[in-house]
Design a protein around this ligand. Sequence first.
Ligand SMILES: Nc1ncnc2c1ncn2[C@@H]1O[C@H](COP(=O)(O)OP(=O)(O)OP(=O)(O)O)[C@@H](O)[C@H]1O
Ligand SMILES: [Mg+2]
Length: 414
Amino acid sequence: MTDDFPTDDRTEDEISKYLSLMQEIDRALYATRDINSTMLVMLEAALTHTHASMGAIGRVDGTEKIWEEIRQITSEANQSTPADRVKLAELPWFSKGLREPRVLQCTRLPALLNIPEAYTWHYIALFELEADEFVLLTLHLAHPEQLPDLEVAFLAQLNEHALVALRHAYLYKVLKDTIQEKNEFISFISHELKTPLTVIKGYADILSKGMAGEVNDEQRDYLVTIAHNVRRMSTFITDLSDQSYIETKALRLQVEANSVNEVVNEVLQSYTVTFRTRGLQVHKQIPPDIVDVWCDRLRLIQILSNLVSNAAKYTPEGGQVVIGAETNPNKWDPDGVAEVVHFWVEDTGFGISPEDQAHMFEKFYRGSDTRKLNIPGSGLGLRIAKSLTEMMGGKMWFDSQQGEGTTFHFTMPI
Ligand SMILES: Nc1ncnc2c1ncn2[C@@H]1O[C@H](COP(=O)(O)OP(=O)(O)OP(=O)(O)O)[C@@H](O)[C@H]1O
Ligand SMILES: [Mg+2]
């Protein structure tokens, strides 16, 4: 196989062959972000392109002092199989300072890895992923000359490329584990907080209905404030847990045909009091015979409620809110379905500054306008609404003029 490697007096053809080989190896190294697959690609490349016919690769846990998750390829099996974990104490040559790859003799390794006794020489390379996290690669040889200088030079290049890929895969795993842990924590907290909130709300209701004795006006006002704040906390907890389900792709959708007018009426109904107390006018612009949309009913209600709630919150008294829908060819998404219902929620509110517009769908982003920051909110509503829209095959966007108003748009497949 040494044919693939350029020698000192290499021809152009040899060089280009070698470069495309390295490119091919790079592609394979980065094909998955999984550390075990990346390790295996490295071992396979090392065996395919050298005269070594057997090898092993695995993670080294420096704290536990164990070489583990070892995959090995032997000349008989010619396929990777798992090998037993090895205590580093069994490998007298092992030291974390083993930075430079080397060929050394170890008569114990064949028994530990269950390979023929004759393979006492080993090419050893140790890669540091992080403090106390390493990958150890060994290629087994019957005699040290089996690995000519040219192949050692190739292995040095392979090591260099693989180390970067291994570190990427390792960091990706750390990040994924952290996100998973965070989401599990949020699910747990959401669940634990909801129970006491339900109890608080239940007792506040009993008190305000006078079921536990007469309540005067001042006390009733306090109870209304308690109920209002319980509702706020409960919405925030639901939003947090929805966001975490969306991130872990664990959100289940129940997709069916839904009447646009029915859904919009239901949303408007639940905001009637809000609009009235905030002195806002609401108009609906939806043809009575508009086609049904294909989506999860509760999630569509959630999307519209988020947009309507924002229009109500960020529009000063005397303003107007329009909620509209019409059937349109899907010019917003060339990869989506051909026809969609285009929804919009338009307000004559504060509008959004150009700087804030760039961050509108970011998690927990609430903008920089102090008038809006004084209104309670968590900055999760839009992010969730956009994710839900996309999960159901739609798109969401907006246009806004500071001081004049904002229109949020989204589409739903029909
Ligand atoms: N219709 C709108 N007009 C003006 N600004 C808006 C409008 N809708 C959203 N914004 C701005 O975008 C920010 C993010 O909105 P989003 O709905 O995600 O969060 P929120 O309303 O602050 O809190 P919540 O999570 O309770 O909905 C808001 O804080 C506000 O600054
Ligand atoms: Mg909101």
